[in-house]
Each structure stands twice: as structure tokens, then as C-alpha cells.
Design a protein around this ligand. Structure first.
Ligand code: ZN
Length: 237
């Protein structure tokens, strides 16, 4: 009984409060403090970006790709370099099905905690492995925090740092009902959704996408990879 109450409190009280705080932080404070990063794309069209971090994963990535294909949606996969080396077949499939690959460092640790040599190495090794498949344009540091060393380091790659504005707390709850509700509540033109791949979180992402993508479509939103989002948003009305 007590356990049930705690779960109930977490889903319906604590997470919504955290969600409101996070939205205020990301949408208002974030772009002011972190002007090098994209949180949301200025957009006059009902276009939304979908980004998926931490893969590829042999169990969950194929499930996510199946759901994207069923809904005719493309996404940007922020890839962990080490996992990419272990699963080249998944990078082939992601590329073949029209999705984007993006750099999410080599081991997915807290990027701001890396020293200069580790940072260089982590970004470069991931860049090398991903560049065999595509021209890589986007970077998202592990845990999304970054500093001026990271901004300096990615300059030579001409990456753009992308954070996003809709993070449905999928690292904290696996409730796809909650994720979907959260995404639908907050979505606006130019929004960038952040979800996670790998292990159970990846399976929850597949479930959430199967639920929310048709709903977003019926709300009139066109969901796509970051490249397509940028193209859609620069189009004149
Ligand atoms: Zn990550």
C-alpha cells in the first residue's frame, strides 16, 4: 500500500512539479544562459524534432526503428561512439532508413567532467566512427551540460550543440502514458523531443513513440530528424 502510494506520488506529484521547473529552466533560462546551444528552433510551421540518445542497442534500437518506420517518421540518433563500434549493422540500418546520426561522445559519461585529453579523444573517436556513414552535424554532451572547453573543442567539427526543450523524464519513469502526456502537453512549433535508447529505457521509448506519434500527427505536427526540422522551419509560410 505504502509502495503504491509512493509510486502514485512520484508519477502524479513529484514528476509534474519537476517537469514545470524543467520547462521554465529549459525554455526561459536555458537559451539566455547557453546561447551556443539549440533548445527549440524558431518555427512558424507545426514541425517538431525527434532526438534519441545513448544507442545503438541491439535489443531496443531495432524496436524503435520499426515504430519510426510504421509511422513514417525520421529521427536524429545521438550515438555513443563505443556502442557504435560494437554494432555497425545498426548504424547501417539507421542510415539506410533515412535517420540522422549525431555525436553523443564515446562512452556517455558526464562530458564536463572529462579532462582536455579525454574530451578531445571522446569527441574525435565518435566523429571518426560516425563519419563513415554520414556527414555529422549535431553534438549533444553526456547529461546535456557543457562548458566553454566543449564549445571550443567542437569548433573544428562545425557541430551545432543541440539540447532540446521536451524531456519527458524517461530516465526516471518508464510510464509511456506519462511520457506521451508530457510530450503532448508541451509540444509547440520547433520543439525538440529528447528520449533515450538502450536497455529498458529504449523499449519504453519504442512504446511511447508507438503511442504518441499518431497522436502528434492528429494534432497536426510533422515529426522529423533535426535536419528536416531546420529545413521545415526556414521555409516561408
Ligand atoms: Zn546520454
Amino acid at each position: 500500500m505504502r509502495r503504491k502510494f509512493l509510486i502514485f506520488a512520484l508519477i502524479f506529484l513529484v514528476i509534474p512539479v519537476l517537469a514545470i521547473v524543467s520547462v521554465v529552466t529549459i525554455r526561459i533560462t536555458g537559451p539566455k544562459l547557453f546561447s551556443n546551444a539549440t533548445f527549440i528552433v524558431p518555427c512558424e510551421h507545426n514541425a517538431v524534432g525527434l532526438t534519441i540518445d545513448d544507442g545503438p542497442d541491439p535489443i531496443s534500437t531495432p524496436r524503435i526503428l520499426d515504430v519510426l518506420s510504421d509511422n513514417n517518421v525520421t529521427a536524429t540518433f545521438f550515438i555513443v561512439g563505443m556502442r557504435a563500434e560494437q554494432h555497425p549493422e545498426l548504424l547501417e540500418r539507421i542510415t539506410h532508413e533515412g535517420h540522422e546520426l549525431a555525436n553523443h561522445t564515446y562512452t556517455e559519461t558526464v562530458t564536463i567532467a572529462l579532462n582536455e585529453v579525454e574530451l578531445k579523444d571522446s569527441i574525435n573517436k565518435t566523429h571518426v566512427v560516425l563519419s563513415e556513414y554520414q556527414n555529422i552535424k549535431w553534438f549533444r554532451p553526456g547529461t546535456a551540460f557543457y562548458n566553454s572547453d566543449i564549445v571550443e573543442e567542437i569548433k573544428s567539427y562545425e557541430y551545432q550543440i543541440v539540447i532540446g526543450d521536451i524531456y519527458p523524464f524517461d530516465n526516471f519513469t518508464s510510464s509511456s502514458q506519462f511520457h506521451s502526456w508530457y510530450i503532448k502537453k508541451l509540444v509547440q512549433p520547433g520543439s525538440i523531443i529528447i528520449m533515450h535508447d538502450a536497455r529498458e529505457r529504449g523499449l519504453a521509448t519504442a512504446e511511447t513513440l508507438a503511442r504518441v506519434l499518431p497522436q502528434l500527427k492528429s494534432m497536426g505536427f510533422n515529426v522529423s530528424s533535426l535536419g528536416k526540422l531546420h529545413s521545415a522551419c526556414t521555409m516561408k509560410r
